[in-house]
Ligand binder design. Sequence first.
Ligand code: TRP
Ligand code: ZN
Length: 869
Amino acid sequence: MSQKTAKYRKDYKAPDFTIDTVDLTVELDPVNTRVTSTMVVRRQGNHQQPLELDGEGLTLESVSIDSESIPEQQYTVTDQQLTITTDKEHFTLTVVNSINPRDNKALEGLYLADGTYCTQCEAEGFRRITYYLDRPDVLAKFTTTIIADKQSYPFVLANGNLIKQSEEGDKRIAVWEDPFPKPSYLFALVAGDFDVLRDTFTTREGREVKLELFVDKGNLDRSDHAMTSLKNAMKWDEERFGLVYDLDIYMIVAVDFFNMGAMENKGLNVFNAKYVLANPRTATDQDFLNVESVIGHEYFHNWTGNRITCRDWFQLSLKEGLTVFRDQEFSSDLGSRAVNRIQDVKIIRSHQFTEDAGPMAHPIRPDKVLEMNNFYTVTVYNKGAEVIRMLHTLLGEEGFQRGMKCYVERHNGQAVTCEDFVAAMEAANGADFSQFRRWYSQAGTPQVKATVDYDNDNKQLVVSLRQHTPATPGQETKQPFHIPVKLSALNPAGEVIQLTDTVLELTETEQDFRVSGAFTDKLTAQQQPVVSLFDNFSAPVKVEREISRDELRTLMAFAPDPVSRWDASQQLFATLIHEAVAKETTVQVDADTVQACRELLNSDTDPALIALALTLPNIATLADSYSVIPVEKLRHNLKRLKRHLAESLEDSIRERYQQLSAELDSNGYQLQGQDIARRQLRNTLLSYLAEVETESDWFIERYRQTDNMTDSLALLQATVWTQHQQAQPLLTLFDEQWRGEKLVMDKWFQTQALADSSNTVEAVQKLMEHPDFTLDNPNRVYSLLAAFTQNVAQFHRVDGAGYRLVGQVIRQLNDSNPQVASRLLSAFVSWRRYDADRQALMKQELEQLRALPGLASDLFEKVENSLAA
Ligand code: TRP
Ligand code: ZN
């Protein structure tokens, strides 16, 4: 395979040609699908350049211009490109080629898996279907004709509206027309046999939209939640953003084989079945919430992504950061805002900060890309959403929506840049975001050192902030960021003190702020206010601040912002662990902290927030504070801390557990906010009880009584993760009950992959032979192997067995599915953060990959960046 070369953002050039319309005819056949593409091509600007079409893994049959075959000397074809020499300005080009969908295990382009034909074109998959200008700034109107065996493929779908359907002999012929010009990455085609859930949505303009959800036969009883979520998303986007759906039909197809979560193809979303199918028996509360969020995400792309798309792939965050922000707001408006925000913060801290500190660090708008598939990252998506959220914080909801309106009015139907988005936000608000733009260009996580003093004479807070952003690959020095710092204050009794400023804007390297407020009303002469900084995680930064445990406990109990309450609990636990690591002792929990946890547990706070506050920070988050990660010490102290809390709080835990059970069990499983929150707390408490509960068949008895996956899985996890004696019997029971139900078995695989037990490596190896496991299906790989790489203690086992296991799988997947292989490889890129022995072992795996013949560009890029000095 020929190696790709890197592309740079600064080298962007408008295309020499554009394509106005495409007529595709696809004659489906498992190993020899024929694609005929008729394109109306137009030269742009005054030049003599030849037309260079992208194409990969295609067999070319013929080329003609304006209905005449062209002679061979007028074109050249390589394994990457078809180059056509012509002096015409405007012509019709017809290309015929063939492809093999059955042998396509990479799941990019057109593939046939489990009897369903399906496409995935983002980012550069369309070139694996036919020769094309496969770049997002070429917008064409597509008409798609699909010819398929009518017995096997009752449903043949493509983007837009069905304009003709007929049968000829044993063939079914369907013609679909998409009226909206779109880039090739939004093209989709599906053929298969499904059950269909149908519904309608009436837009606020009174137009009726047909909604169709296609699922594998027999799955209708798991489809309602996705449909409800879709209707909620359509309504929400009208109400909150004023954006209305634009076609007469919206289709969603759920497939089993898919590399990512879902894809926003115009009018025809393709979903990983995991984000569609859910009923209480097979799906957890979190699964239900994930379905809602991903359905929302793909739907919201219709405006932020499809109607307004990206000029080039360096601008990916233009659509992804904004659409993640939108789906986060959707989930927060429909469910618990605080719980959603805390989960988003956890993702940033445990994954994005790690990426930002490693050899693959990149700005949310990257400058250099070798394999585009490698840039669908937590940085582009989630940090991208944080950057949008900061704009929202600075402008307020009204100002932000004014900016959105301006953005949509200016750029509807265009392929644009992140710069265009920021410019629209500025124009609509008369704002100046010149410095704020650095969030788009600079990689790395800013570190903010903060001190807070109270000036008793002037009755003012003095907040001193200093920012520093460490160097990242290719960016030695950083300019200061524009950082919004939300803050609030309390008196020691926990009463809120109103401040005159609630958002400070840090723009310099060092800056002091004086904040006035109603201090005299709430403080006695001797008292000091307790101040909460970065409320609601107002910026994606790391904060260093001297703060006493007393203050943390006050914030944990009373901070007006629930995210800050949670954050205080996490800092309290982190401080205990870090101290033990530094002193090389075993973690001790002081009586005041135990008491603070007890009070929280007994309080009438939202049970979900109690659950989150009592969940200890994970190793990945704690690891962030070390240049060399002390794997064993972190793991040992975390275990001790959990055990200690379980022992000291046992009575309160049992009591609250009983109380929650009484509330929950009286009316059976309900998918409803308050019950979800109660289950979350009850199951968090269960994980504590498993530390101290010795009575032997309590867990299995509970397991037999539960009627829903949330509770069954919690029981399984609690026992497996504490190596409880009931773990094995429960694992067996679960396997017997669910074998063959792939999405359910993924939870069983994942639970075992995450067990911190000395034989986890061997267990994972053995599970790869389970009849439900296959390396061909990305969901299986993610649930067993990607999950295992998150098991810090066992993946980083000192003898290197974890590395060898995953390294071996990556080499296997290099040939069949490099995109999935590359996701697994992420676990190796930060090898320099570990001790010398582990470094050597991890490096060995990277070097072995480097030497692999035919190394895919996805892996090549990460291996080279990781091994570079
Ligand atoms: N655009 C898709 C999303 O929202 C992401 C995606 C789905 C994707 N499948 C992909 C990206 C395959 C790259 C390759 O969020
Ligand atoms: Zn997206």
